[in-house]
Design a protein. Sequence first.
Length: 107
Amino acid sequence: MKFKFSRCVAIQAKEKESALIFYRDVMGFETIDVNENITELKSDGPGQLFLDESNLDVPVLEFIVDNIEAAREHLLKNGCEVIRWNGVGKDCFMRDPFDVIFNLWQE
């Protein structure tokens, strides 16, 4: 099983609007897209930042996999737990044994 690190990081924020003001006005990120669930931001660097209103209040890394269901089973067998699972093309959050939360994404 191979996991490729994505250039995307999501910030799960209890106060999404406050997070947007901080990352846009303080950190200098440019707003790319806004919808009711997620705000997409970009800096001059290679990564993308997504703001999502959530009760988690944590950053979420992202890993790209060839088969999302096989990756989930592999991770569950190795001490991870599912936090939110909406399937291919949507949020598939897992927590590893070290309390790091990440999203799995299938291309």
